[in-house]
Design a protein around this ligand. Structure first.
Ligand SMILES: O=P(O)(O)OC[C@H]1O[C@H](O[C@H]2O[C@H](CO)[C@@H](O)[C@H](O)[C@H]2O)[C@H](O)[C@@H](O)[C@@H]1O
Length: 256
């Protein structure tokens, strides 16, 4: 944190979206960014080398659920765990993986055969997520789905990304750690902070450590995921705590 405060112009601030900038809600389509986040990120963007949102969401979805984000100076959104990039209004991405629609087509029958028709499927185009949060027994449904979804993913050349009451089938070859490492190198960062809440963010925590830069890992804490808090330098109280921390950083920069 000291390095970031002493030299904000060299700092890259990486942030996850769901559970970090946006409070967790039952329906993924109804998630919305914390009301104070766009303003605080905009203020942060004026001081630091770059603000990057690194998310499992498609980049365009993060921007839709985060009105005001597009105005954050220099913002980069690395969507789909880094496969996709939004910057200055443009999205770049590799061709969509053919395994995703094939796996998705098999899902209804599979879910029926498991008696899990109450779970919900989120079509993310480059990935497909199976959510159990709104099922009668979310943990039980998640456990019942692990093995069948692992087999389905393997059959179609995909991997399973586990998260908060969700198992996502997505292409291999990228994760938030690789995405963050590439971004740090591209921006010649002199320090780094990464803020996340879920298992997918562990790779980014590792990337902070592997970068050799002065860095700080921050967990947006919840009772649902403890693995991240155990590995974080700092734990704050969910998206409210994240916004408060970022606000404190901005205030400190203002005093420099
Ligand atoms: O990398 P992230 O930005 O954290 O995205 C990870 C997944 O987040 C979303 O699901 C989570 O948030 C939902 C809305 O609050 C919640 O209902 C769900 O239980 C959480 O797992 C999103 O729907 C997924 O596609 C993302 O991969």
């Amino acid at each position: 944190m000291k390095a970031i405060l002493n030299d904000p112009a060299g700092a890259v601030i990486g942030l996850d979206f769901d559970g970090t900038l946006s409070p967790i809600v039952p329906d993924p389509a109804e998630a919305v960014i914390h009301p104070e986040a766009p303003e605080v990120l905009a203020a942060l963007g004026d001081h630091v080398r770059a603000v990057a949102i690194v998310t499992g969401r498609p980049a365009a979805t993060a921007l839709e659920l985060g009105p005001g984000l597009a105005g954050v100076p220099g913002l980069v959104v690395l969507g789909h765990y880094g496969f996709e990039r939004w910057e200055g209004g443009r999205i770049s991405a590799p061709p969509p993986p053919p395994g995703v629609p094939r796996a998705e087509a098999e899902l209804p029958l599979l879910l029926d055969s498991l008696g899990l028709s109450e779970v919900s499927v989120e079509d993310k185009h480059r990935a497909v997520a199976v959510h159990t949060r709104r099922a009668p027994d979310p943990e039980g449904a998640l456990a019942a789905l692990r093995e069948p979804l692992a087999k389905l993913a393997e059959k179609h050349g995909l991997v399973v990304e586990p998260g908060r009451m969700v198992l996502e089938l997505r292409p291999p070859g990228m994760d938030k750690g690789q995405a963050l490492s590439l971004f740090l190198a591209e921006r010649a960062a002199r320090s780094v902070m990464f803020v996340g809440d879920d298992l997918g963010d562990l790779a980014a925590f590792e990337a902070v450590r592997a970068s050799g830069l002065p860095g700080v890992t921050v967990c947006s804490g919840s009772a649902e995921v403890t693995a991240l808090a155990e590995r974080a330098d700092l734990v704050v109280d969910g998206p409210d705590g994240v916004v408060e921390l970022l606000g404190e950083l901005v205030a400190a920069f203002g005093r420099l």
